[in-house]
Design a protein around this ligand. Sequence first.
Ligand code: ADP
Ligand code: MG
Length: 932
Amino acid sequence: QIQRALRSLSVPLERLHIMKGHMVEDMCRGLSQQTHRQAKVQMLPTYICSTPNGTEQGNFLVVELCQNQVRTVLVTLYGDGNMSPSMVYKTFELPEGITHGTGEALFDFIAQCVSQFLAQTIQSDPSKSEERLPLGFVFPFTCQQTQLDKAELLSWSKGFSCNDVVGKDVVELLQSAINKQKMGANGTGQANGTTGNSWLPSWRRKSSEFTPGQLCQVDVVAVMNDTVGTMMTCSTEGRPCEVAMVADKGSNCCFMAEAYLVERADEASGRMCVNTEWGCFGDDGTLNDIITPYDECVDVESSNPGEKRFEKMVGTLYLGEIVRHALIGLTAEKAVFTGTDIGVLREKGAFTMQNILDIINNEEGTTEVKRILEALGLQPSERDCGRVQQICRAVVGRAATLHATGLAAILSYMCQTRDMETLMVNVGMDGELYKGYPRFQEILLSVSRLLSPECMATLLPSRDGSGRGAAMVTAVALRLAALRRDVNEVLAPLRLSRADLEKVQALMREEMERGLGKETHDTASVRMLPTYVCHTPDGTERGDFLALDLGGTNFRVLVVRVTEEGITMASEIYVIPVAIMQGTGEALFDHIIDCIIDFQMKQSLMAHMLPLGFTFSFPCQQLGLDKALLLTWTKGFSASGCVGQDVVQLLREAASRKQHSGMQVVALVNDTVGTMMACGYDDPKCEIGLIVGTGTNACYMEEMKNVGTVEGDQGRMCINMEWGAFGDNGCLDHIFTHFDQVVDQSTINPGKQRFEKLISGMYLGEIVRQILMVMTEKQLLFQGKLSSKLQTKNIFQTKFLSTIEVSNGLALRQIQAILNELEIDASFEDSVLLREVCQTVSLRAAQLCAAGLAAVVEKIRESRGLDQLSITIGVDGTLYKLHPCFSTNLQKTLKDLAPNCNVSFMLSEDGSGKGAALVAAVATRTDDAMEE
Ligand code: ADP
Ligand code: MG
C-alpha cells in the first residue's frame, strides 16, 4: 500500500510534458481578449513595463498588506545600480476583526500605519519631511488592474472579507484614507508597531530637529502583487530579473511578456509583467488524472472546494493537509500506525508545513522524526517513522516538481514569443517552500531543464521580500514618467495636429493655383507642369509599343503588347557606360538607338514601325507631348550639348543618323504620369499618380480651363505637380523642425525640395538619425553613449524604419541586429523608444503626403462640381510599397482630411515601362480618332 501511495504522488515525466502543454495553452487563452474568460490561468496585466536600470534614485514609501500585518518600508535609492539601497521599516499587527469589517476601517488603519511610520522616520531624518513621497502599495489579492495605479479587487482570500471593497479601486481607497491623515506630523493614528530603526544607516540615526507639523504629500503611484514585488526586488545589480515565483502558502508566478500579446492592456510595444495567478490551473479538470484521493479530501475540506486545484497541490497551506490525509488513508489500510490511536490526525490542520520540513530535513536516523510525531500525540513505530518521512518527501517533492512544470511552461512561452532559440533568464524566488525545503531549488532547476531544454534559468533569492521591489516599481514608474516627459518634448514638434494638416492642405491648394496661373506660375513653389497627356486609357487601346526608361536605377528598353486579353511585356536592361553618360549628347543618344535596334532584332520587331513612349526621369520643361527641353542633368549624367535642347528631337536625330526607321517617338513621360497611366489601364477611375520612393511627386488630371499656362479650355490635361518643391518659398517654414533644418543643410540642394525632404526615402532615415543623436545627448537613449557610427551621415537607412516598425514583437530581435550594426549597445527600452521615433517620423511623412493629396482630390471634386468624388490613385515607390504602416497612415489621414472623396489606391507595376507605352497608345488612339 505504501508503494502505491508513493506512486500516486509521483508524476511521470511524460505526464509533466502534457501538463506543461496545458499550462501554455491556458496561458495563451488567458492573454487573449476573446478567450480570457474561459482561462483558468488568469494572466492579469500589471502595467509594469520595465525593470529597474539602476539609475533610480530618491525616497520611496511602501506599504504592504499581509495576512495579519501591515508592513511599511521607506527605501532610499542612490542611482548607484541599486547596489545598496537603505531601508527603514516597521510592522503593525492588524487589530482583531478588522479583516472582516468595513473597507473604510481597514484602509484607515493602513493609512494610520503609514502616517505613524512617517512621523517616526522623519523624526530620525527631517530631510524627508518636505518631499512629495511616492508610495507603492503591495496588495496580494486578485485584482483587475487597468493602470499601474488602478486595481479593482476581484475577490478577497487569505481570510479577508471586507466585502464592501470588492469591485472597488484599492488605490483610490488607500489614497483617500491617506489624504485624511496628516502625513509627516506626529501620527494621529492609533496603530502600534515595532520599529526596525536599526536599519537606518548610522549617518541617518543622528538626533533630529524634527518640527512637528511639517507635512508630506504621499502619492500612491503603483499597486502590485507580492510576486511582482519579488521580481523587482531581485532585479538589481545589473541583472534584470524577468520571472518571479513565490512558493508559499499559496503559489504564484509572474513574468515579463511581450506587451502586444497582453491583449487586455493597450500597451502594444515593449513588455509587460503578467501576473499568472496560476493557482486555479486545473480547475477545468486538466489535472484530474494526477489528483490523488488525498488531494480530494483536502479539497473537500477546504473553504473553496473545486477551486485552486493547482495551488492545493503545491501551496504550503495545503501540504500538511495532504500528508495528514495520506496518513489517515494508510492507517485505514493498516500500512502505518497499526494498532495505535491516530485520533489527533482527524483534526484539520493537525499536521503543519513546519512538521513536514522538520521531518524531511532530518537525514540522520528517525529519532527526531519519532520525537516530532510523538509530540503530535502519535505513537509511531520505527517503521512508521520511515514511512511518514517517505510520504512527506513525496508530497513536497511533488510540489516542487509541479512548480518546475509551471516554470518550464513560462520559460518555453517566453523563449518562443521572443523568437529566440535559447533563453537565459533570471528567476526571483521567495516563499516558505523555497526557503524551507533545501531540495526545492535542485528539483526546480533539473525538472524545468528536462521539460524546457532550450531554456536556462538562474534562481535568485529574494532577500528583502517584496518591499524593496515595490519601491523599485514605484521608482521605475517615476523614472519612466520623467523619461516620457522628456521624450515628448523632443518629439512634439514632429507631431502634427489635425489643424496643422489642414493648414498644409490649404497651402498646397494655394500653391497649386499659383502654379497653374499664367501670371503667378513663376513664383509658385509647386510648378504644376503641363504634360500634354490629355486622356487616360479607356481599355480600347491595341497594338505593340516600345518604351524606354532612362533615369531610374537601370536603362531599359521594353516592348508592350496591348491586346484584348490584356498587356504583356518583354524588356531588356542595357548598360550605359560612364564614358557615355559623361561624353557627348550625340554619343549618348546613338548608344540608346543601338540598344533599341539590338532589342528590336532580338524580339523580331524590325518589320514594323512601332510607336515609342519615353520615360525620361530628369527635370524637363514640356512644350508638347513629344517636345521637352532638358532643364538640367542629375544622377551622374552630364552628356554635353543636351541641356536646353528638346530631348525627343535629340533621340529622333540619333535614329536618323543610324538610319533606324523601326520606331516613332510619340511621347515623353514623367514617371508619375507613367504610374497613373499604368493603373489607369486597369481602372478607368485612376486619374492621379503618386510616387513615394527616393523622392516624392504627384500628377493628376486637371480641367484645361484651369490650366492657365497652356492655350485651350476643352477637356483635361495631366499636370505633373513637382510637389517635392512645395515649401521652397518658405510657406512651410512653420512645420520644419530643428531636425529637418539640419538634414536639409547637409544635402546637395539645401533649401530645395523641402516637402520631399519631409516625406521620401532619401531623407527619413537621416531625420531619425538626427533625432537619435539629440536624444542620446539628452541621456534619453543608449545611456547617453553616442557611437561614432551613428554620427556618420546616411548610416541610418530608410529601410531600417520598415524593419523597426513592424508591429509584431518578434521584430525586436531585428532591431537589436540593426543597432549592433551601428555599434550601439541598446537596452530593451532603447529599442522600444527607437521604434517610437521611427513611427513618429514615418507617420508625419504619411500625414503630410495625405495633406497634399487631400488638396488634389478636393480640387478635382470642386472643379467637377461634385458633392462626392470617387477616384483612384496609382502609386509607385518602394517606401510606399514596403513600409509596414506608411500606406495605412496615408489612407487614414486622407479619409479624414477629404471626407467627401472616396479614394482608392492602386499599386502600379512598372509604371515607367507599361505607363510610357500606354501614353504612346492613348496618343495613337486619339490621333486615329481625330483622323476618322
Ligand atoms: P526610385 O524612387 O528611385 O524609383 P524606389 O521607388 O525603389 O526608387 O525607392 C527607393 C527608396 O526607397 C530609397 O530611398 C530607399 O531609402 C527606400 N527603401 C528601400 N527599401 C525600403 C524599405 N524596405 N522600406 C522603406 N523604404 C525603403
Ligand atoms: Mg521609381
